[in-house]
Ligand binder design. Structure first.
Ligand SMILES: [Zn+2]
Length: 271
């Protein structure tokens, strides 16, 4: 007897039962991006972002579907040209009959989603949403506790090691004792006040502009909590493995791969 064939729609339906598209932010564009819901799927490549390298890897691994965290299409393109970054990606996918699906802020907001998984990687216990929805079915960011308090300096070592990053930007006293930790994978500057309200000792997120660091200062200029910018890619990279594990459990006959190369264009220079 032949194995049941699954199509892109079957994977989408399963993912959306976990991360309902209604959880997504209003600016977002989650779901099918390119291709067809009826695409038969036996091999899937998972990546944080779509790049030419990811498409070539999918072709080489004979994947008929690519699953990304960040959507390729945020705004409607006015033209699709080989000469443009997005245009050539769309045309390459179309020529090779590869379907692209994105699961973004709906996965950030889901139980067991991007930020809760980040909290787990950092070793936090009692993980809950930092900003839960009214009914608690979804939320943004996560908060939890370290097993034992540790100085900020040691906590930064933990972030470096567990997120495998040599560089962090931060504010806070190196001697501050860290027990309660708030996190948000990716651009989480809008949750700084939530982390302060929750009495977090530190908030770890990414994409923080200079002025965001002033939001943690008290009237005397001292830091009310520590604030760490660990990088967008670095705080979300684990999403690839999160999706791979979740899908492999539910579709054991499909082969899921995490992309083998980093998709971030950013390099870090340390002198
Ligand atoms: Zn992101």
């Amino acid at each position: 007897m032949s194995e049941k064939n699954f199509c892109a729609h079957d994977l989408a339906q399963a993912l959306e039962s976990w991360a309902d598209p209604s959880f997504a932010e209003s600016y977002d564009n989650v779901g099918l991006q390119v291709g067809s819901a009826t695409q038969i799927v036996r091999r899937v490549l998972i990546a944080l972002d779509l790049t030419p390298g990811v498409v070539e890897e999918a072709i080489q691994k004979e994947c008929s579907m690519i699953l990304t965290h960040h959507p390729l299409l945020f705004r409607s393109p006015s033209r699709i040209l080989e000469e443009d970054f997005i245009g050539q990606l769309i045309l390459r996918l179309a020529k090779k009959n590869i379907t692209l699906y994105s699961i973004h802020t709906n996965l950030d907001a889901a139980h067991g989603g991007v930020s809760i998984a980040l909290a787990e990687i950092l070793g936090l216990h009692h993980r809950t949403f930092l900003n839960p929805s009214d009914d608690g079915t979804f939320g943004m960011g996560a908060i939890g506790h370290l097993p034992e308090p540790e100085p900020l300096k040691s906590f930064l070592d933990r972030v470096h090691a567990r997120l495998k990053t040599p560089s962090l930007r931060y504010a806070g006293s190196d001697e501050a004792q860290i027990k309660t930790v708030a996190v948000c994978g990716g651009s989480g500057g809008s949750l700084i006040q939530s982390a302060l309200d929750a009495k977090a000792d530190v908030y770890v997120t990414a994409d923080l502009g200079y002025h965001r660091f002033f939001e943690i200062l008290g009237p005397d200029g001292s830091c009310q909590m520590a604030l760490v910018d660990a990088g967008h890619y670095e705080t979300e990279k684990h999403t690839e493995q999160l999706l791979c594990t979740w899908l492999t459990e539910r579709f054991p006959t499909i082969k899921f791969y995490c992309t083998s190369a980093p998709t971030t264009p950013i390099k870090i220079s340390i002198r």
